[in-house]
Design a binder for this molecule. Sequence first.
Ligand code: RRO
Length: 316
Amino acid sequence: MIRQWRDVDFLGLAQIGSVSLPNPVLLASGTAGHGTELAGHVRYDVLGGLVVKSLYHSSWPGNPPPRLAPVEFGMLNSVGLQGPGVSDWKQRTLPALIETGIPVIASIWGRTVEDYRRAAAMLAMTEGVTALEVNLSCPNIEGRETMFAHDPNATAEVLRSCAVAGVPLWAKLSANTDRLVDVARTARDNGAEAVTLINTMLGLHLDPHNGRRALGGGGGGLSGPAIRPIAVRAIWDVHAALPDLPLIGVGGVRTGRDALEMMRAGASVVQVGTSSFARPSQASIVLREAARRARKDGHSSWSTVVGSAHRPPRDR
Ligand code: RRO
């Protein structure tokens, strides 16, 4: 049972394809752990959902440290997909997560199409999993020359293989390509009910003291405020080209104003990620602020906010 704050006048449920969520502010994959890691710091029972850090079909050790490097206006990471694997997560972590009342979106990754299929199959018929975010855009997969999300054919194959999960699929894409609209269309045509925009941007930081690459994995993924305009542009472009495809916005959201910007550009819901590192309760602050501002702007449901910047001012 989702509770809400008494002092905030919320705008009802958020709809993303066939999925109804209590509200449009979610915790982003990779920034809220695999389960209840943030539960002591943020009220899970008032948030719209939590996307679990991407899981492989088996356990995966991840990259050598250091895995995080703060940079101006953001953060670089090369976690390298560390995780317990789907079975272990289902057995040891999922029950406690369900208990918190937050809608759970599982996320999976793979090095091959068969990896994705296996992970998706292991999640089939799993009670308490609302949707599956298929991560096609991790910047830190060793040994792959092309990101799945940079190749429409690879994106199509992966998504078709994930249908076995039997839950709504969200395809997490990358803005490190100028083929984003093409890839989003292909994702939709091959079973994605929604598309998550964007993953981190490819980046590199050299240690100023020794000139070596600062992260153990070498390069990494840039997140935080630096990438917000990139995310907003990606959402804008995909919504303009494919207005019926539901979008999930992510990238540098720190305030209610940021969340509403993404929603006006075309996102049905948003995810809060890197800002939770500075303040774990940031997502709930974003939610309250977004609700207050949307009400003040005359909206009585979230749906009228979505894509409103594409409409003439009198129709917003
Ligand atoms: O684990 C990671 O290194 C990682 C993943 Br799966 C991802 O999707 N995005 C990112 O920036 N890092």
